[in-house]
Design a protein around this ligand. Sequence first.
Ligand code: LMR
Length: 334
Amino acid sequence: MKLRIFMMGLMAATFACTAFAQQPIVIKFSHVVATDTPKGKGAEFFKQKAEELTKGRVKIEVYPNSTLYKDKEEMEALQLGAVQMLAPSLAKFGPLGVKEFELFDLPFIFDNYQELHKVTTGPVGKSLLKKLESKGILGLAYWDNGFKVMSANKPLRMPEDFKGLKMRIQSSNVLEAQMRALGALPQKMAFSEVYQALQTGVVDGTENPPSNLYTQKMHEVQKYVTLSDHGYLGYAVIVNKKFWESLPADIRQQLETAMEQATRYANQIAKVENDQALEAVRKSGKSEIITLTPEQKKAWKKALVKVHEQMADRIGKDLIESVYKETGFDPKKL
Ligand code: LMR
Protein backbone atom coordinates (compact mmCIF):
# COMPACT_ATOMS: atom_id res chain seq x y z
CA MET A 1 0.00 0.00 0.00
CA LYS A 2 2.79 2.33 1.01
CA LEU A 3 4.62 1.55 -2.22
CA ARG A 4 1.49 2.28 -4.26
CA ILE A 5 1.05 5.67 -2.64
CA PHE A 6 4.72 6.38 -3.15
CA MET A 7 4.48 5.38 -6.83
CA MET A 8 1.36 7.50 -7.33
CA GLY A 9 3.08 10.44 -5.67
CA LEU A 10 6.07 9.97 -7.90
CA MET A 11 3.87 9.86 -10.98
CA ALA A 12 2.03 13.00 -9.93
CA ALA A 13 5.31 14.78 -9.28
CA THR A 14 6.68 13.69 -12.67
CA PHE A 15 3.48 14.89 -14.34
CA ALA A 16 3.62 18.23 -12.57
CA CYS A 17 7.26 18.65 -13.54
CA THR A 18 6.54 17.86 -17.19
CA ALA A 19 3.57 20.19 -17.20
CA PHE A 20 5.72 22.88 -15.65
CA ALA A 21 8.52 22.28 -18.13
CA GLN A 22 6.04 22.64 -20.94
CA GLN A 23 4.75 25.99 -19.72
CA PRO A 24 6.09 28.51 -22.23
CA ILE A 25 8.02 31.54 -21.08
CA VAL A 26 5.72 34.49 -21.67
CA ILE A 27 7.08 37.80 -22.97
CA LYS A 28 4.63 40.68 -22.85
CA PHE A 29 5.47 43.22 -25.55
CA SER A 30 3.49 46.40 -25.04
CA HIS A 31 3.36 49.33 -27.46
CA VAL A 32 1.22 52.36 -28.17
CA VAL A 33 0.64 52.36 -31.93
CA ALA A 34 -1.70 50.45 -34.25
CA THR A 35 -0.78 46.99 -35.51
CA ASP A 36 -0.83 48.29 -39.07
CA THR A 37 2.29 50.47 -38.66
CA PRO A 38 6.03 49.82 -39.01
CA LYS A 39 6.38 49.18 -35.26
CA GLY A 40 3.14 47.19 -35.02
CA LYS A 41 4.16 44.96 -37.91
CA GLY A 42 7.69 44.63 -36.55
CA ALA A 43 6.30 43.41 -33.22
CA GLU A 44 4.06 40.84 -34.95
CA PHE A 45 6.98 39.65 -37.06
CA PHE A 46 9.14 39.26 -33.97
CA LYS A 47 6.38 37.27 -32.24
CA GLN A 48 6.10 34.89 -35.17
CA LYS A 49 9.86 34.38 -35.53
CA ALA A 50 10.50 34.06 -31.80
CA GLU A 51 7.78 31.44 -31.33
CA GLU A 52 8.97 29.57 -34.40
CA LEU A 53 12.67 29.56 -33.46
CA THR A 54 12.06 28.61 -29.84
CA LYS A 55 9.59 25.93 -30.99
CA GLY A 56 6.93 27.32 -28.72
CA ARG A 57 9.07 27.46 -25.60
CA VAL A 58 8.48 31.20 -25.66
CA LYS A 59 5.12 32.88 -26.15
CA ILE A 60 5.12 36.53 -27.17
CA GLU A 61 2.00 38.46 -26.21
CA VAL A 62 1.82 41.70 -28.17
CA TYR A 63 -0.38 44.45 -26.73
CA PRO A 64 -0.72 47.23 -29.34
CA ASN A 65 -2.44 50.63 -29.22
CA SER A 66 -1.84 51.35 -25.50
CA THR A 67 -4.23 48.51 -24.59
CA LEU A 68 -2.04 47.57 -21.66
CA TYR A 69 -0.15 50.76 -20.78
CA LYS A 70 0.21 54.33 -22.00
CA ASP A 71 3.63 55.88 -22.74
CA LYS A 72 4.78 56.73 -19.24
CA GLU A 73 3.25 53.72 -17.54
CA GLU A 74 4.79 51.24 -19.96
CA MET A 75 8.28 52.45 -19.10
CA GLU A 76 7.54 51.97 -15.39
CA ALA A 77 5.95 48.58 -16.04
CA LEU A 78 9.08 47.43 -17.86
CA GLN A 79 11.31 48.44 -14.99
CA LEU A 80 9.03 46.69 -12.52
CA GLY A 81 8.91 43.57 -14.67
CA ALA A 82 5.14 43.74 -15.33
CA VAL A 83 6.00 43.65 -19.06
CA GLN A 84 9.23 42.38 -20.54
CA MET A 85 9.55 44.18 -23.87
CA LEU A 86 8.73 47.62 -25.30
CA ALA A 87 9.67 49.75 -28.28
CA PRO A 88 9.21 53.36 -27.14
CA SER A 89 10.06 56.15 -29.51
CA LEU A 90 13.52 57.64 -29.00
CA ALA A 91 11.81 60.84 -27.86
CA LYS A 92 10.53 59.13 -24.72
CA PHE A 93 13.75 58.32 -22.88
CA GLY A 94 14.26 61.75 -21.30
CA PRO A 95 11.92 61.14 -18.35
CA LEU A 96 13.85 57.92 -17.68
CA GLY A 97 16.97 60.04 -17.23
CA VAL A 98 18.68 59.14 -20.50
CA LYS A 99 18.22 62.47 -22.21
CA GLU A 100 20.97 61.86 -24.79
CA PHE A 101 18.39 59.97 -26.87
CA GLU A 102 16.77 63.32 -27.62
CA LEU A 103 19.53 63.94 -30.13
CA PHE A 104 17.34 62.01 -32.59
CA ASP A 105 14.69 64.74 -32.18
CA LEU A 106 16.97 67.59 -33.29
CA PRO A 107 15.29 69.25 -36.25
CA PHE A 108 16.71 68.44 -39.68
CA ILE A 109 19.67 66.52 -38.23
CA PHE A 110 19.03 63.59 -40.61
CA ASP A 111 18.18 64.06 -44.26
CA ASN A 112 17.28 60.44 -44.88
CA TYR A 113 17.28 56.93 -43.43
CA GLN A 114 20.84 56.25 -44.65
CA GLU A 115 22.27 59.07 -42.55
CA LEU A 116 20.25 57.96 -39.58
CA HIS A 117 21.44 54.35 -39.91
CA LYS A 118 25.06 55.49 -39.84
CA VAL A 119 24.34 56.67 -36.32
CA THR A 120 22.12 53.85 -35.07
CA THR A 121 24.42 51.10 -36.37
CA GLY A 122 27.63 52.92 -35.36
CA PRO A 123 29.37 53.61 -32.05
CA VAL A 124 26.98 56.41 -31.05
CA GLY A 125 23.96 54.14 -31.38
CA LYS A 126 25.64 51.43 -29.34
CA SER A 127 26.83 53.79 -26.61
CA LEU A 128 23.31 55.17 -26.20
CA LEU A 129 21.80 51.72 -25.71
CA LYS A 130 24.52 50.99 -23.15
CA LYS A 131 23.33 53.95 -21.07
CA LEU A 132 20.04 52.15 -20.44
CA GLU A 133 21.69 49.40 -18.43
CA SER A 134 21.96 51.45 -15.26
CA LYS A 135 18.15 51.77 -15.44
CA GLY A 136 17.69 48.00 -15.45
CA ILE A 137 17.02 48.00 -19.19
CA LEU A 138 18.77 46.38 -22.16
CA GLY A 139 18.51 47.93 -25.61
CA LEU A 140 18.27 45.26 -28.29
CA ALA A 141 17.71 47.18 -31.53
CA TYR A 142 16.68 50.35 -33.29
CA TRP A 143 13.54 50.23 -35.39
CA ASP A 144 12.60 52.91 -37.89
CA ASN A 145 9.40 54.74 -38.30
CA GLY A 146 10.04 57.77 -40.46
CA PHE A 147 10.18 61.48 -41.04
CA LYS A 148 7.54 63.69 -39.50
CA VAL A 149 4.80 65.83 -40.99
CA MET A 150 3.12 68.72 -39.16
CA SER A 151 -0.63 69.02 -39.02
CA ALA A 152 -3.16 71.65 -37.91
CA ASN A 153 -6.48 73.16 -38.90
CA LYS A 154 -4.69 75.98 -40.68
CA PRO A 155 -2.05 75.70 -43.39
CA LEU A 156 1.47 75.59 -41.95
CA ARG A 157 3.77 76.92 -44.65
CA MET A 158 6.06 79.29 -42.81
CA PRO A 159 7.36 79.37 -39.23
CA GLU A 160 5.09 82.38 -38.53
CA ASP A 161 2.04 80.17 -39.15
CA PHE A 162 2.74 78.34 -35.88
CA LYS A 163 2.42 81.44 -33.72
CA GLY A 164 0.26 80.71 -30.68
CA LEU A 165 -0.78 77.22 -31.82
CA LYS A 166 -0.99 74.55 -29.13
CA MET A 167 1.03 71.67 -30.55
CA ARG A 168 1.06 68.19 -29.03
CA ILE A 169 4.53 66.73 -28.58
CA GLN A 170 6.09 63.63 -27.04
CA SER A 171 7.92 63.89 -23.73
CA SER A 172 11.10 65.37 -25.21
CA ASN A 173 12.62 68.70 -24.24
CA VAL A 174 14.15 68.98 -27.71
CA LEU A 175 10.69 68.80 -29.23
CA GLU A 176 9.54 71.37 -26.72
CA ALA A 177 12.35 73.72 -27.84
CA GLN A 178 11.52 72.97 -31.47
CA MET A 179 7.89 74.07 -31.05
CA ARG A 180 8.92 77.17 -29.10
CA ALA A 181 11.39 78.09 -31.84
CA LEU A 182 8.40 78.12 -34.18
CA GLY A 183 6.40 80.33 -31.82
CA ALA A 184 4.01 77.51 -30.88
CA LEU A 185 2.93 76.36 -27.41
CA PRO A 186 4.13 72.78 -26.90
CA GLN A 187 1.95 70.38 -24.93
CA LYS A 188 3.42 67.07 -23.80
CA MET A 189 0.80 64.36 -23.99
CA ALA A 190 0.52 60.56 -24.20
CA PHE A 191 0.05 59.22 -27.71
CA SER A 192 -3.24 57.54 -26.83
CA GLU A 193 -4.77 60.91 -25.96
CA VAL A 194 -3.82 62.80 -29.11
CA TYR A 195 -6.79 62.04 -31.34
CA GLN A 196 -9.30 63.20 -28.78
CA ALA A 197 -7.23 66.26 -27.88
CA LEU A 198 -7.19 67.28 -31.54
CA GLN A 199 -10.87 66.55 -31.97
CA THR A 200 -11.94 68.60 -28.98
CA GLY A 201 -9.49 71.43 -29.57
CA VAL A 202 -7.41 70.80 -26.44
CA VAL A 203 -4.52 71.09 -28.90
CA ASP A 204 -4.48 72.66 -32.35
CA GLY A 205 -1.95 70.49 -34.11
CA THR A 206 0.70 67.83 -33.88
CA GLU A 207 3.62 66.08 -35.60
CA ASN A 208 4.22 62.44 -36.45
CA PRO A 209 5.18 60.31 -39.44
CA PRO A 210 2.21 59.63 -41.78
CA SER A 211 1.84 56.02 -40.56
CA ASN A 212 0.90 57.21 -37.08
CA LEU A 213 -1.21 60.12 -38.31
CA TYR A 214 -3.26 57.87 -40.58
CA THR A 215 -3.73 54.84 -38.33
CA GLN A 216 -4.88 57.04 -35.43
CA LYS A 217 -7.23 58.89 -37.80
CA MET A 218 -5.67 62.21 -36.86
CA HIS A 219 -6.08 63.38 -40.46
CA GLU A 220 -9.85 63.23 -39.95
CA VAL A 221 -9.60 65.99 -37.35
CA GLN A 222 -6.81 68.03 -38.97
CA LYS A 223 -7.53 70.07 -42.11
CA TYR A 224 -3.91 70.48 -43.23
CA VAL A 225 -0.84 68.26 -43.29
CA THR A 226 2.53 69.78 -44.20
CA LEU A 227 5.23 67.51 -45.64
CA SER A 228 8.03 69.10 -43.69
CA ASP A 229 10.29 66.11 -42.94
CA HIS A 230 11.63 68.31 -40.15
CA GLY A 231 12.55 65.45 -37.85
CA TYR A 232 12.94 61.72 -37.50
CA LEU A 233 10.90 59.34 -35.36
CA GLY A 234 12.13 55.85 -34.54
CA TYR A 235 12.30 53.37 -31.70
CA ALA A 236 14.58 51.46 -29.39
CA VAL A 237 13.43 47.92 -28.68
CA ILE A 238 14.14 47.37 -25.01
CA VAL A 239 13.78 44.58 -22.46
CA ASN A 240 13.90 44.22 -18.71
CA LYS A 241 17.59 43.40 -18.11
CA LYS A 242 17.09 41.04 -15.20
CA PHE A 243 14.45 39.04 -17.06
CA TRP A 244 16.53 38.84 -20.24
CA GLU A 245 19.64 37.70 -18.42
CA SER A 246 17.70 35.06 -16.53
CA LEU A 247 16.61 33.32 -19.75
CA PRO A 248 18.30 30.02 -20.66
CA ALA A 249 21.23 30.79 -22.98
CA ASP A 250 19.84 28.84 -25.95
CA ILE A 251 16.49 30.64 -25.73
CA ARG A 252 18.14 34.04 -25.45
CA GLN A 253 20.20 33.24 -28.54
CA GLN A 254 17.09 32.26 -30.50
CA LEU A 255 15.30 35.42 -29.40
CA GLU A 256 18.28 37.51 -30.47
CA THR A 257 18.15 35.90 -33.90
CA ALA A 258 14.41 36.61 -34.09
CA MET A 259 15.12 40.21 -33.10
CA GLU A 260 17.77 40.60 -35.82
CA GLN A 261 15.32 39.34 -38.41
CA ALA A 262 12.49 41.51 -37.10
CA THR A 263 14.77 44.55 -37.15
CA ARG A 264 15.71 43.96 -40.75
CA TYR A 265 12.04 43.54 -41.61
CA ALA A 266 10.80 46.58 -39.66
CA ASN A 267 13.46 48.81 -41.18
CA GLN A 268 12.72 47.52 -44.66
CA ILE A 269 9.00 48.27 -44.53
CA ALA A 270 9.14 51.62 -42.69
CA LYS A 271 9.42 53.89 -45.73
CA VAL A 272 6.86 52.01 -47.80
CA GLU A 273 4.41 51.96 -44.88
CA ASN A 274 4.73 55.72 -44.50
CA ASP A 275 4.44 56.38 -48.23
CA GLN A 276 1.29 54.27 -48.35
CA ALA A 277 -0.18 55.96 -45.29
CA LEU A 278 0.42 59.37 -46.84
CA GLU A 279 -1.27 58.22 -50.03
CA ALA A 280 -4.23 57.01 -47.97
CA VAL A 281 -4.46 60.40 -46.22
CA ARG A 282 -4.39 62.09 -49.62
CA LYS A 283 -7.06 59.78 -51.00
CA SER A 284 -9.31 60.28 -47.96
CA GLY A 285 -9.71 63.92 -48.97
CA LYS A 286 -10.07 64.80 -45.28
CA SER A 287 -6.92 66.92 -45.08
CA GLU A 288 -5.13 68.98 -47.65
CA ILE A 289 -1.49 67.99 -48.12
CA ILE A 290 0.96 70.86 -48.38
CA THR A 291 4.36 70.52 -50.04
CA LEU A 292 6.80 73.23 -49.03
CA THR A 293 8.61 75.29 -51.67
CA PRO A 294 12.44 75.32 -51.39
CA GLU A 295 12.21 78.86 -49.92
CA GLN A 296 9.67 77.80 -47.31
CA LYS A 297 11.79 74.79 -46.35
CA LYS A 298 14.78 77.07 -46.00
CA ALA A 299 12.81 79.33 -43.65
CA TRP A 300 11.89 76.29 -41.48
CA LYS A 301 15.52 75.20 -41.32
CA LYS A 302 16.66 78.70 -40.43
CA ALA A 303 14.09 78.94 -37.64
CA LEU A 304 14.86 75.50 -36.24
CA VAL A 305 18.60 74.97 -36.44
CA LYS A 306 19.16 77.08 -33.33
CA VAL A 307 17.55 74.29 -31.33
CA HIS A 308 20.76 72.27 -31.82
CA GLU A 309 22.76 74.84 -29.92
CA GLN A 310 20.06 75.47 -27.34
CA MET A 311 19.98 71.78 -26.48
CA ALA A 312 23.74 71.14 -26.58
CA ASP A 313 24.05 71.22 -22.79
CA ARG A 314 21.24 68.75 -22.35
CA ILE A 315 22.33 66.24 -24.98
CA GLY A 316 26.08 66.81 -24.91
CA LYS A 317 28.00 68.95 -27.37
CA ASP A 318 30.45 66.15 -28.18
CA LEU A 319 27.65 63.72 -28.87
CA ILE A 320 25.99 66.15 -31.28
CA GLU A 321 29.36 66.82 -32.97
CA SER A 322 29.96 63.11 -33.42
CA VAL A 323 26.58 62.77 -35.13
CA TYR A 324 27.43 65.70 -37.41
CA LYS A 325 30.66 63.94 -38.31
CA GLU A 326 28.87 60.68 -39.00
CA THR A 327 26.21 62.27 -41.24
CA GLY A 328 28.11 65.21 -42.74
CA PHE A 329 25.59 67.66 -41.26
CA ASP A 330 26.80 71.24 -41.16
CA PRO A 331 24.49 73.72 -39.39
CA LYS A 332 26.16 76.61 -41.17
CA LYS A 333 25.07 75.22 -44.52
CA LEU A 334 21.36 75.35 -43.70
C1 LMR B 1 4.06 59.49 -30.41
O1 LMR B 1 3.89 59.41 -29.18
O2 LMR B 1 3.76 60.48 -31.06
C2 LMR B 1 4.66 58.34 -31.18
O3 LMR B 1 5.99 58.34 -30.92
C3 LMR B 1 4.08 57.03 -30.85
C4 LMR B 1 4.93 55.91 -31.39
O4 LMR B 1 5.32 55.07 -30.59
O5 LMR B 1 5.19 55.91 -32.60
